[in-house]
Design a protein around this ligand. Sequence first.
Ligand SMILES: *Cc1c(COP(=O)(O)O)cnc(C)c1O
Length: 366
Amino acid sequence: MVNRIFLSPPHMSGQEQKYIDEVFKSNYIAPLGAYVTKFEEMITAHTGASYALATSSATAALHLALRVLGIGKDDLVLASSFTFIGSVAPILYQNAQPVFIDSDSSWNLSTELLTKAIDELPVKPKALILTHLYGQMAEIDEIVSICKAHGIFLIEDAAESLGASFKRQESGTFGDLGVFSFNGNKILTTSGGGMLVSENESWIKKAEFLATQAREEALFYQHEEVGYNYRMSNVLAAIGVAQMEVLVQRVAKKREIFSWYQEELSALEEITFMPEVAQSIGNRWLTTLTFAKTDPFSVIKALEKENIESRPLWKPMHLQPLFKESLTFLNGMSEKLFHSGICLPSGTAMCRSEVQKVSTILKEML
Ligand SMILES: *Cc1c(COP(=O)(O)O)cnc(C)c1O
């Protein structure tokens, strides 16, 4: 495995072990402590969000977001279809009903279909879970105004887009609530973890209450509603603090890797890279592209033979057997992307020669 080129492996800053040692010295080997608070402060400082809550995963943070917004049985929740399962599984945890919206040429949520869904659904949806796919911003200002005009809560799934921005405002801070992920292959990692952010202090306080078993204020253990064990460990938060110190460099490197692939491959007519919405700066978490003719799965196999990890694009949620009964507003876009695209290795420790090696194999295949 030594010479394997991975899709997006963890990339430590070098300070992680030192901070973990401090956690051990303090003996706060617990889902609370100074590093949890520091990690939350670094997220609010970087993103400009007013309040943050560190969680065990982004999926947990999304579940908390639905809970604090009061979304429950049979409520309709709009969602990007072209996303990862963690984005939408919490809708099912709440026994609510997902309504999947297809993509447009940005690869992200189609604002046209969003408007159509709101107009045509017999019941008003309560919320939209919007994914910024592969770290690239959706048409966020238009989506914010559509949601505001119709009184629909906006939850930004910024699990892939930490450090991305639109008109200098950070992803995750446009919606009523935003969520980041620190899973193993995200731009920053704590091995596993998430963050919930908002401008609304009472929602973040309520989320914290729910994330710590919904313990009422009393000397004894008193419970009036169901909660979860969703807080982040102080040990993992120490990793998060060390990772946050290099976020700006990591975004710059992801974007540099994308530009290297562009230089190598953009002359090929067969290839189209994922676009960037005007006035946005994506974090290019993964370099993704589509082929006009070539089967992406044959490319993935060819790269695998050279010990290079690549992946298909997300299989849209409306094509998943789990959601075969769900309502949809489709235009064929995400299905077409799924059948024609791949994610290329984009680890921030990659060097130019590795990008060239991947690109040479692609050129030979086409
Ligand atoms: C990774 C990811 C999630 C889930 O994050 P976890 O921290 O692993 O729970 C949710 N949505 C999207 C779009 C993701 O890429």
